[in-house]
Design a protein around this ligand. Structure first.
Ligand SMILES: Cc1cc2nc3c(=O)[nH]c(=O)nc-3n(C[C@H](O)[C@H](O)[C@H](O)COP(=O)(O)OP(=O)(O)OC[C@H]3O[C@@H](n4cnc5c(N)ncnc54)[C@H](O)[C@@H]3O)c2cc1C
Ligand code: FES
Length: 264
């Protein structure tokens, strides 16, 4: 059920996915599309956006990396605790063609795992490049294996899979295979490389952007990029690669809660 009005849900299950990364599962039919996000509210604390990382007819999940005040608080919650949610919000991915590549970095693999599930249902061949700094931060390898999705792993330090960046594998992939579309979510510098490679090879590409958000539905202006009026919460977070490359701040800087520029 779509719920743009806030509702309160109990955390049904918590899965420790990797070092300081947890998935929170809720018994609730959300009816979101891959790439969309919800705003999660911890009462008397704060509210932040998170992409949907799993969904079926009865449940949905978000996967959270514990990196700062809100996410540390979220990761301290227990099964049975209550949180508020609003959403789903934002634009979703558009599946194109019959042979696709997903390029995920760290927690960016969350919305891509949901997209992979949907692609498999549509009989699309999925190649999922999963990148992480180290073995301990790799996500969803078992889940993808169970769905017979081909995974290709890179770690920055070589502790698992191929040593290097996810984009190194993508370059090789695009040279040796006919690929209809590429979808990416993760660090912005990685996504910028993905968008540039796809532009050069004339391959359809979509990315998931992240900016500091407040309202989540287009009224406060906090998540605007450049002076174009592009609002990540409503015009994104999913954007075509070529459109993202036109945004001057893409891959360069973001803004903090006060609007101050922060170099990426
Ligand atoms: C549409 C959308 C979907 C998101 N989906 C997820 C998700 O699925 N899982 C998840 O863990 N997080 C996701 N996020 C980010 C999440 O909302 C939080 O902002 C983030 O996890 C940090 O919150 P915090 O209060 O714990 O730490 P903060 O204090 O906000 O941040 C901790 C550190 O991370 C840096 N940081 C925070 N946000 C960003 C950013 N956008 N880009 C680069 N550096 C940043 C800060 O500079 C700081 O150093 C999403 C954000 C958006 C906009
Ligand atoms: S978060 Fe308010 S306009 Fe996007």
């Amino acid at each position: 059920m779509k719920t743009e009005q806030p509702i309160v849900l109990q955390i049904k299950k918590i899965v420790n996915e990797a070092s300081k990364i947890k998935t929170f599962i809720f018994d609730y039919r959300l009816d979101s599309e891959p790439g969309q996000f919800i705003n999660l509210w911890i009462p008397r604390f704060d509210e932040k956006p998170f992409s949907i990382s799993y969904q079926d007819d009865k449940k949905f999940a978000v996967t959270v990396a514990c990196i700062g005040p809100f996410t540390e608080k979220m990761c301290s919650l227990k099964e049975g605790d209550l949180v508020g949610i609003r959403g789903p919000y934002g634009k979703s991915f558009n599946l194109k063609g019959k042979n696709i590549v997903l390029v995920g970095g760290g927690c960016g693999c969350g919305p891509l795992a949901f997209l992979a599930d949907e692609a498999v249902k549509k009989k699309i061949n999925v190649n999922f490049i999963i990148g992480a700094r180290t073995k301990d931060a790799l996500l969803f390898l078992e889940r993808m294996k169970k769905s017979n999705i081909k995974t290709f792993v890179t770690t920055d330090d070589g502790s698992f899979g191929v040593k290097g960046f996810a984009t190194d594998l993508l370059k090789d992939f695009l040279e040796k295979n006919h690929i209809d579309a590429v979808y990416s979510c993760g660090p912005e510098k990685m996504m910028k490389k993905v968008a540039e490679m796809c532009k050069n090879k004339k391959i359809y590409c979509e990315l998931s952007l992240e900016r500091y958000m407040k309202c989540g539905f287009g009224i406060c202006g906090q998540c605007c990029m450049d002076d174009s009026g592009f609002r990540v919460c409503t015009d994104g977070p999913i954007i075509q690669g070529e459109e993202a490359l036109k945004l001057k701040e893409f891959g360069d800087y973001r803004r903090d809660a006060s609007g101050k520029k922060v170099k990426l």
